[in-house]
Design a protein around this ligand. Sequence first.
Ligand code: DX5
Ligand code: ZN
Length: 219
Amino acid sequence: MRKTKIAPSLLAADFGNLQRDVELVNQSVADWHHIDVMDGVFVPNISYGMPVVKSIAKHATKPLDVHLMIVDPNRYIKTFSSLGASILTVHYEACTHLHRTLQEIKAEGMQAGVALNPHTNINVLEDTINDIDLVLIMSVNPGFGGQSFIERTYAKIRDLKTLIQERKANALIEVDGGVSSENAKALAEAGADILVAGSFVFKSEDPSATIRELKEIAG
Ligand code: DX5
Ligand code: ZN
């Protein structure tokens, strides 16, 4: 039986108590730590960079799922590998040579992810799907936590699932943005393998219980 993975996004953590919130994820039923790196160019916001990722890595006990919302991510593949990323996801829209970028991520021993903005059709991955370990479907416009979920995401997940099956590819499907107990089940049923949740987890009264709730609902 399939089990949907939950990846709490530390973007919504209390940065004044970062170690506490990383340890909260360690001790919860979460599967991965989702780490959002924004450069203020690819997206209209700046989150945090290498020193903070290094501090997170020092305390984290689960795989680091790093989501780069930056231009020209090639420049930093080696850096994120040395910081301990297990999965490194770059945006399709930020890569001129996506195939090369994927090979370089894998050569550094990480799993290679590709993120798609809400406006990007999944068919742009037809020629690379067999080289991708994970596709991250943005269900909000990247840059900020706490935005409303875009309903068209379900159709995109289903289309992507069909492409993966047709090509006999192994890519996992991750959904990021506006995930909550309201949509977790429907997302898993549509074909999502990993759910990222920021505000819904960290703005709740008991984040650990909320992570468990999401995991149970998604099944
Ligand atoms: C948004 C980030 C997300 C964000 C999700 O650009 O990629 O990972 O933290 O936050 P919520 O779950 O609050 O929409
Ligand atoms: Zn993210």
